[in-house]
Design a protein around this ligand. Structure first.
Ligand SMILES: [Fe+2]
Length: 621
């Protein structure tokens, strides 16, 4: 029995270690910028044992949350422990019942494990009250979001690695745990369609989901929504299949069609219950997209690798994605001046701890409910060994793409193949999926070529390529003698050049870097900040400093790297018209611009013949 137990521990430990990204980024992470470890993965919850103490207690209040209609609320947890210690910690469990009766059936259920689901967050008792070690008393505040189930709080001794359950609290709950929440907008498959995806606890057999919407101030109509969910057996590996599993609820998507361009719409999420009553969300609004090619001011924000953090200081607050809340807050502050957002992979870093996806959608709700929040797939969404991902690590913690593909809509033919195109006025975007094969001859390569070729450059002069891993250039990369993912640039630079891609964006490296207009590692233009004339190379931007622990840069000086910064930030693109584009790199700490350049050019400059980018001509006339 004991050897079996050790084997299970070893397996869990190995699985958890596999979740970590030990790439060069992790190796050069700056001190104080996080440790790159999912905090929930530090908890050896399978090892938890009983150490209940009759004089220890945990009491949580208020008993009912969200009485004023909010989707989040504060809870005070009073802890009393006769034998306090500095590694005592308080876990938040949801659902409230976390004992072994909730464990999935296994062959070895006699004594072990006692607990088989990770908490949704935790705090050390003495973080809130420095005197806790002496007095054994602490008053700890948690901010909870509505996550479709009730909550309880548990005091553990023994630290995270050897947890001993000392006391469990009363149960608390939101007024309506099933409420429709956290809407995410996305561009549909055509320019005049907006999709709204949200999360609720209502299955289709108990309520009919819909969106009530219309132009602001005018009569509102109702559109139906489709419903999806998934189960534990859709997860590919631990911890998503084991301690990280949590019922995800239901995901509803409604397609708002035939929108008038540039118009403000209001919308509300609804569920019609079998008894005829309704459950409603609050009211939201968005501005519909411009007609493709339309000449008007258009503003796009792009970043990768943002992740989440807890505003109440839980989960060691700043250790995992220390820049995440700053980035979120800067975008919210500037939201009136943003039209569409691209989060190009490494979305939540839940890494198989499913509860974290709710918390991420709550964090970005002010943004995602107001402008299209377009995502790309990264290693932390997709990669799991033997699951068809191009890379064989377990950076997704066993999610193997299911969470990202179900909780967010993207206008892909098949969301499990996470590549798509989308138009926004004068922009044409081709979003690739680095976690699936992109090499010449692959299904994705054909898509990328078709997508790039489909931009009518007179109407859509700004052609943008984006993907998660660096397929172009990054000075923080030096693997197999390349500054990018092996084979990436070799496979795709011909397409970028042939179709005269203006800018290629990447994440994965947690920093900012900008190149010259480059082709085959050569600068095609010596200008540094005001580009004009023909498109003779693509400008590559790494913008992976959305929030996760920062990456440094390697020791190599290259001719193509014009600006780099190891800090948290994001990029804003502003198209003023068909011939004028501005790129700004802003830091998340203050929202100010630290790097920028402009592109000014006419249609004939895009058409002009450049090296490896000429249209065929004949001598006939
Ligand atoms: Fe990544």
């Amino acid at each position: 029995m004991e050897s079996l137990v050790s084997m299970v521990y070893l397996f869990i430990l190995l699985s958890l270690l596999q979740c970590l990204n030990f790439g060069p980024a992790a190796a050069v992470a700056h001190a104080g910028n996080g440790d790159g470890v999912q905090p929930l993965s530090k908890i050896a919850i399978h090892k938890a044992v009983y150490a209940l103490h009759e004089n220890a207690s945990v009491k949580a209040h208020p008993l009912v949350l969200g009485v004023k209609g909010g989707d989040s609320d504060w809870v005070t947890v009073e802890v009393e422990c006769p034998k306090p210690s500095e590694d005592d910690w308080v876990a938040v469990f949801s659902p409230a019942n976390f004992n072994s009766s909730t464990c999935p059936p296994t062959e070895d259920m006699q004594q072990f494990p006692y607990i088989c689901s990770a908490p949704i967050k935790y705090k050390y008792a003495n973080d809130s009250n420095a005197e806790y070690n002496k007095t054994g008393k602490a008053s700890i505040n948690f901010q909870l979001i509505n996550q479709r189930a009730d909550f309880s709080f548990a005091l553990f001794s023994g630290g995270l690695s050897d947890p001993k359950l000392v006391a469990v609290s009363n149960v608390i709950s939101f007024v309506n745990p099933k409420a429709p929440l956290y809407p995410r907008l996305s561009q549909g498959k055509s320019w005049n369609e907006m999709t709204v995806t949200w999360t609720s606890g209502y299955n289709i057999i108990e309520a009919v989901p819909f969106v009530e919407w219309g132009q602001k101030g005018e009569s509102q109509t109702r559109s139906p929504a489709g419903t999806l969910t998934f189960h534990r057996n859709s997860m590919c590996a631990p911890p998503a299949r084991t301690v990280g599993w949590r019922d995800p609820g239901f995901f509803h998507t409604s397609f708002l069609k035939d929108l008038w361009p540039n118009s403000v719409y209001t919308y509300k999420l609804g569920h019609k219950l079998l008894n005829g009553s309704y459950a409603w969300s609050k009211s939201y609004s968005f501005k519909s997209s411009p007609y493709p090619g339309q000449d008007s001011l258009q503003r796009v924000v792009i970043f990768g690798d943002m992740g989440k953090a807890e505003r109440d200081g839980s989960n060691e607050y700043s250790n995992y994605q220390p820049g995440s809340l700053n980035t979120t807050d800067q975008l919210i502050k500037d939201l009136k001046n943003i039209d569409i957002v691209f989060h190009i992979g490494d979305i939540t870093y839940a890494n198989g701890y499913i509860s974290q996806w709710d918390q991420f959608t709550a964090q970005v709700e002010p943004i995602a409910s107001t402008v299209p929040y377009m995502i790309a797939s990264g290693n932390h969404e997709r990669d799991t060994p033997n699951s068809g991902s191009f890379y064989d690590g377990n950076d997704s913690g066993g999610e193997c793409g299911v969470l990202a593909e179900t909780m967010f809509y993207v206008p892909a033919e098949n969301r499990a193949k996470f590549w798509y195109s989308t138009d926004y006025g004068m922009f044409h975007f081709c979003i690739a999926d680095t976690e699936h094969d992109w090499r010449q001859g692959s299904e994705q390569y054909k898509f990328i070529e078709k997508c790039l070729a489909s931009a009518d450059r007179q109407k859509q002069p700004w052609l943008i390529f984006a993907a998660h891993r660096v397929l172009g250039y990054s000075s923080s990369y030096w693997r197999d003698g390349t500054f990018a993912e092996p084979m990436g640039r070799e496979s795709l630079q011909g397409l970028w050049q042939k179709y005269k891609v203006d800018i290629a964006f990447f994440g994965h490296e947690h920093n900012y870097e900008r190149t010259c207009p480059v082709y085959q590692s050569q600068c095609m233009n010596m200008e540094k900040s005001h580009y004009s004339g023909v498109v003779n190379g693509t400008i590559h931007i790494v913008v992976g400093g959305g929030g996760s622990h920062l990456s440094g840069f390697g020791p190599f000086q290259t001719s193509w790297s014009l600006y780099n910064d190891s800090d948290f930030g994001f990029v804003k693109l502003t198209a003023f018209n068909h011939s004028s584009l501005l790129l700004e790199y802003k830091k998340s700490s203050d929202g100010k611009v630290y790097d920028s350049f402009t592109i000014s050019r006419d249609y004939r400059d895009v058409l002009a013949c450049v090296h490896d980018g000429c249209e065929p001509t004949t001598l006939g006339s």
